[in-house]
Design a binder for this molecule. Structure first.
Ligand code: AMP
Ligand code: MG
Length: 523
């Protein structure tokens, strides 16, 4: 039996939309709308994360039960759940987009687990809400597989993220025009249950501020601090106290900086860093047309919708996160002096730069990172770009370099293009020479260095083509690759000899294939 202890603070403490129909509308003066999931034809569990099940105190029998698929397919609302869609706005691709809201996400409730932790359960793809505008509130299997796998893969890589409990097939088709080329097709539908302490986004604050509803803004800020940042008021201060709000904003900036450092460390490209897709808790949120860097290319974005301006390209993510935080700062202006908001933004800059230094030190296997080491890293990144070299393979293999005889040969497998490798060989050799002479002045032993590097440079990431292979097979009825990848990516830093092929650079056939190198927002 599915039994949770619910404590639905969001709906209990914040103002609700008085209407309960799912018809699209502007929702003023309220932070959410009550709306139930829409039932589907044949919900069936495809995969689940055992770690997340454990967080929610769910045992295997419960997860495999009919009731579980019914509830997480949106066909049953069990006692204590109070489903709602949140009302938020956002800046999309640099422009204010007004009210957006949960158009196909729907929170079932907030549970308290046996360890006393609060977890919000949210279905993605469970049907229309007042925020669905002209869309259907559904999600296709391919994007649901991607969100499910990547949420868990990121967690195991040590990147702050929302989690995913399960992936449920709906047994219904969903119409999508994948490349916006006027050739829609029916695709299998699915629902992911996402799990996080909070799904509040930067855009939740921007919307009431944009409407000059300062009372509502103040209420949401106080609520968020009380529920999601309780340590800031542990000394008895009120959540509305300007010092508390300033500390809160600085903490959001800090968490965002830490998250971006981790993205840059592992080669993750979010793809749609709109302010409605950034969590106040600094969790990676809303896995849409995201992608992983294969050959190191700061200009790469997986998102075809963004192909023109490349706003959300890999190398620009740190600046975009700052820009997004500036939008939040603007929204908070009615509550806080500008200087304090500027201090928060400065905190982003400082945290990001020290975090990046730390990441560089770990990736290169150095006890600490000097200014020269930053140059050393930037120089190799330039070479990786010019030489078309796989980021993940290169850094992982760098740990095996013999400092007494630094040779490029063991790194050949990281190169995508023979001609470029030959052309850049001497530049790489020169860099390796600089690197080993730097290692000579570093206090770490060879073993210590290897351990440090192996814990910072993953062996396995969810390469775009790997996710696409799991999708292709699942669409043909074989879902086994989903669980295989989930299992593999639970230990991304470990050598797994039976799965060595998953650590190889992207195969040539995947270079320009849809889903492997480019994705649209259609999901
Ligand atoms: P995204 O770029 O996926 O974060 O979505 C931006 C906005 O569009 C959000 O308000 C989503 O809830 C909404 N949205 C995206 N896809 C759908 C869909 N299939 N049905 C309803 N709303 C959607
Ligand atoms: Mg979104």
């Amino acid at each position: 039996m599915l039994r949770f202890r619910f404590d639905n603070r969001f709906v209990r403490e914040l103002p609700a939309d008085p209407l309960t129909s799912a018809s699209p509308r502007a929702v003023l003066g309220a932070l959410f709308s009550r709306v139930a999931p829409t039932a589907v034809a044949a919900p069936r569990l495809v995969a689940y994360s055992r770690e997340v099940a454990a967080l929610l105190d769910l045992d295997e029998t419960t997860v495999q039960s009919q009731e579980f698929a019914q509830v997480f397919g949106g066909n049953a609302v069990v006692g204590g759940m109070e489903p709602y869609a949140a009302n938020y706005g956002g800046h999309q691709f640099g422009h204010w987009a007004g009210q957006l809201g949960d158009g196909r996400a729907l929170t079932l409730g907030e549970i308290i687990n046996s360890a006393g932790q609060r977890w919000e359960l949210q279905l993605k793809g469970a049907g229309p809400t007042p925020y669905s505008r002209r869309a259907d509130g559904r999600a296709v299997l391919r994007s649901s597989i991607r969100e499910f796998l990547c949420s868990e893969a990121m967690h195991h890589l040590g990147v702050p993220t929302t989690r995913a409990l399960c992936l449920v097939a709906t047994g219904e088709g969903v119409m999508r025009d994948m490349f916006y080329d006027g050739r829609p097709r029916i695709e299998p539908g699915a629902i992911v249950c996402r799990v996080a302490p909070s799904f509040i986004r930067l855009g939740n604050f921007e919307l009431p501020a944009s409407r000059n509803d300062i009372g509502l803004l103040r209420q949401l800020v106080a609520f968020t601090i009380d529920r999601d940042f309780p340590w800031l008021v542990a000394d008895g201060r009120a959540a509305g106290d300007p010092d508390v709000v300033a500390a809160w904003f600085a903490e959001i900036c800090e968490r965002t900086a830490r998250m971006i450092v981790e993205w840059m460390r592992v080669g993750f490209v979010h793809g749609v860093m709109n302010t409605d897709n950034l969590s106040v808790l600094g969790l990676t949120l809303d896995y849409g047309p995201y992608g992983w860097i294969d050959n190191f290319d700061p200009n790469w974005t997986p998102n075809t919708t963004d192909a023109g301006g490349r706003r959300y390209r890999f190398g620009q993510q740190p600046d975009i996160a700052y820009w997004n935080l500036e939008q939040l700062a603007n929204a908070l202006l009615p509550l806080l002096e500008q200087t304090r908001l500027r201090e928060g933004l400065q905190h982003y800059v400082a945290t990001f730069s020290s975090g990046m230094r730390d990441a560089f030190a770990r990736k290169l296997g150095l006890a600490s990172c000097t200014d020269d080491d930053v140059d050393l890293m930037h120089d190799v990144q330039e070479l990786l770009e010019r030489g078309e070299v796989d980021m993940t393979v290169f850094f992982r293999r760098l740990a095996a370099l013999d400092p007494d005889a630094p040779s490029l040969a063991p790194l050949h497998v990281a190169f995508y293009d023979e001609a470029k490798r030959t052309a850049e060989a001497s530049a790489f050799q020169a860099w390796l020479g600089r690197y080993v002479s730097r290692l000579a002045s570093d206090p770490l032993t060879r073993d210590e260095r290897r351990r440090l590097m192996d814990a910072a440079n993953p062996q396995y990431v969810l390469r775009n083509y790997l996710a696409q292979q799991a999708i292709d097979r699942a669409e043909q009825g074989d879902e086994s690759e989903i669980s295989r990848l989930l299992e593999l990516l639970r230990r991304p830093y470990d050598e797994q000899p039976d799965h060595a092929v998953y650590a190889d650079r992207r195969p040539d056939w995947a270079r320009h294939r849809a889903g492997c190198s480019m994705l649209s927002c259609s999901s």
